[in-house]
Design a protein around this ligand. Structure first.
Ligand SMILES: [Zn+2]
Length: 116
């Protein structure tokens, strides 16, 4: 078993960031949580909050709350994300901006061209 949980963020596997993108398969993958399951106090005396063992970022924590508030209200538990989730159909594309003055790489849905 891995020493990290998968991020429980409900949309983690849909955000097209470079660290989530796997070029060879054209997919976006959910991240691992920020901290290891068994992380304790580090050498600086910092102890990770438990939420860092379940989420990769503050944004994914907020996504989880916003998605699961009904579970909180109903006293139920949302399903645990046990497998790495993916979103298919992404590519990295070089984009010209400002009439070619500025260029950058964007990870985007394949076939979507909205250069402008
Ligand atoms: Zn996440």
């Amino acid at each position: 078993m891995s020493n990290k949980h998968f991020c429980q963020g409900p949309q983690c596997h849909t955000y097209p960031t470079s660290d989530r993108f796997l070029k060879s398969k054209g997919i976006i993958r959910g991240r691992y949580a920020y901290a290891k399951i068994n992380d304790t106090e580090n050498k600086y005396g910092w102890t990770y909050p438990d939420s860092d063992k379940y989420f990769c970022s503050q944004g994914c924590k907020n996504d989880w709350l916003n998605t699961n508030m009904e579970c909180v209200a109903q006293r139920t538990v949302p399903p645990f994300i046990e497998h790495r989730r993916i979103t298919e159909g992404y590519e990295k594309k070089q984009v010209d901006s400002n009439g070619g003055y500025y260029r950058y790489n964007r990870i985007q849905k394949i076939g979507v061209d909205n250069d402008g």
